[in-house]
Write a protein that binds this ligand. Sequence first.
Ligand code: SAH
Ligand code: SF4
Length: 371
Amino acid sequence: MKRDVKACTLDELDAQCRAWGEPPYRATQLTQWLYARGVTDWDAMTNLPRDLRQRLASAYSLQSLDLVTCQGAADSTRKYLWRLADRALIESVLIPANPALYGETSDRLTLCVSTQVGCAYGCKFCASGLAGWKRNLEPQEIVEQVLAVDRSLATHAAGGGQAAAQAPQSAQRRIDNLVVMGMGEPLANYDHLLRALRILNAPWGRGLGARKITISTSGLCPEIRRLAAEPHQFRLALSLHGATDAVRSRLMPVNRKYPLRELMSACEDYLERRGRQITFEYILIAGVNDGLDQTRPLAELARRLRAKVNLIPYNRVEGLPWDRPDEPAQELFLAALERLGVATTLRREKGHAIEAACGQLRLKTERAQAN
Ligand code: SAH
Ligand code: SF4
C-alpha cells in the first residue's frame, strides 16, 4: 500500500523531493496545493512539472472522501456520511454556531470528526459502540474530513458545481474549530490522531490553531499522560457521565480498567503540565445519572480539577432503552451545580431531529443496507 500524501509532514515531503533532485521550494508548493487550495487531483497542481506529478502519483496515494449523504440545513447542524476506500462508513458533523460547546459566543464553524470505524469501548448509551470496532482511521482520513467539508462549503457558497469545488478557498468560510468527538476513541488511535492534528495545525498545513482543537476521551489514563507531555496546546474534554465509580462503571466499561481515582490523577497530571482547563462532558440520562444526589460528587471532581462541566441532554439511540430527562429536570441539575460553584453549561439545542451524536447516522445506514 502506498502512503498517502496527506499523511506526510512537510519535512518528509521535502526530504523526498530533494532526494529526487527537486529544488527546495517544491514541497512547499505541494502542501500549498493540498491545504491552501484544497485540490484533490495531481493534475490540478499546475506549477509542478509534469514528470514530478507523475513521480508523486506513483509514490503516494491522494485519497479524498466519498460523500454518501449530507443531512441538515446550512444554518443548523449538518451531518456528513463518508465512504472510505475499503467501503467502511464514517461521519463528521458540522456545527455552525455553538456557544454552549467549546467556543466562546461567536459564529465559529466547528467540525466534529471521527477517528475510528466503530469503537471498542462499548459505552452502554452510545451508537458508535453498538456495532463494535472495525479499524483505526489513517491520518489522511482524519485530515480529509476537514478538507472535504471545507470543499463542500466552498461549493455551497459558490452555488455548486465542479468548478466551484476547485476554487481557491481563501474567500470562503472554512472550518475554524475542531472537536475530536465523532465515532471512535481518539486516544486509542493515538499516533494517527496526533499526526493528523499536527498536519491540521501546521502553518504549512491547514493552519488550525491548536487551541481550536479539542480531543474528547472516555478516559484512557496512559494516553492522557502521554498527551500531557506533547508540545501542542490541544484542549482536552473528558467524557465523565458518572461522578461515582458505581454510576460510571454502569455506563462505561472503561471505568473498570481506569476507575475515577486513577482518571483524576491522570487529569491532574495533564493540568499540571499543560495548565489548560479540562472540560467534563456529562450526558444527562433520565433515571441513571441525573439524580440531584449526583451533583455533589460531580462538583467535587470539577473543583479538584478546576474543570468546567458541559451538560448534554442524551440523544436517543434506536434500540437502546435510555432517554433524556425533561427540561425542568435538566435545569434543576444545572442550577444545583451552579450553586455548588461549578462553571456549568447546558446544551439547550433546538430540535435534535438529525441526531447530532456521532455514530447514529452510520448505524442507520448500515442497518438499512443490511435489510
Ligand atoms: N470516544 C470519545 C469521543 C467520541 S464520543 C469519548 O467517548 O469521549 C463523543 C461524545 O459524545 C462523548 O462525550 C460521548 O459520551 C457522547 N455521546 C455518545 N452517544 C451519545 C448520545 N446518544 N447522546 C449524547 N451524547 C452522546
Ligand atoms: Fe466509544 Fe466514546 Fe462511544 Fe464510549 S462514548 S463507545 S468511547 S465513541
